[in-house]
Design a protein around this ligand. Structure first.
Ligand code: ZN
Length: 145
């Protein structure tokens, strides 16, 4: 299997790859744990460049806006989508205990503030992300009729 480099994933996250190439990235990502990790790193890098992350409500509202508004560019291909997916995935990993064996990781994130606010933030993002994914699927099915 040919893996992609960190730079390539960064381009993917920033929507700097061609549409036809993009499909290969998509399918590779779903079948390769190694590249998924690199992809998440690239998303984390991008996260630093996104201004809205300091405000949880603003972030979820922004996602909801993207979801309800008809898009010239599909939300699926927007940069924010990657962040939402990565956030949801990371949270899923945490909640399923994948990260629990990594003590240094939990020590790192367990600042008092994060601990208190995390459940609301994560629940909100997960619910809204998956609610959106469901609605997208429905829309696609209707479009294809
Ligand atoms: Zn790979």
């Amino acid at each position: 299997m040919n893996h992609y480099s960190y730079e390539q994933w960064l381009q993917y996250v920033k929507n700097e790859v061609d549409e036809n190439v993009r499909d290969k990235y998509d399918s590779h990502l779903y079948s390769c744990d190694q590249c998924l990790e690199v992809y998440l790193d690239a998303v984390a890098q991008l996260e630093n460049e996104l201004p809205m992350l300091g405000d949880q409500d603003e972030f979820t509202n922004l996602i909801m806006e993207k979801v309800v508004q008809p898009q010239r560019v599909p939300f699926y291909h927007s940069t924010l989508f990657h962040y939402a997916v990565a956030a949801a995935m990371t949270i899923l990993f945490i909640s399923t205990g994948v990260f629990q064996s990594i003590t240094s990781y939990t020590d790192l994130v367990h600042t008092p503030t994060l601990q208190e606010e995390a459940p609301t933030l994560t629940d909100g993002i997960i619910n809204k992300t998956f609610a959106w994914m469901d609605s997208l699927e429905l829309n696609n099915k209707e479009d294809n009729k």
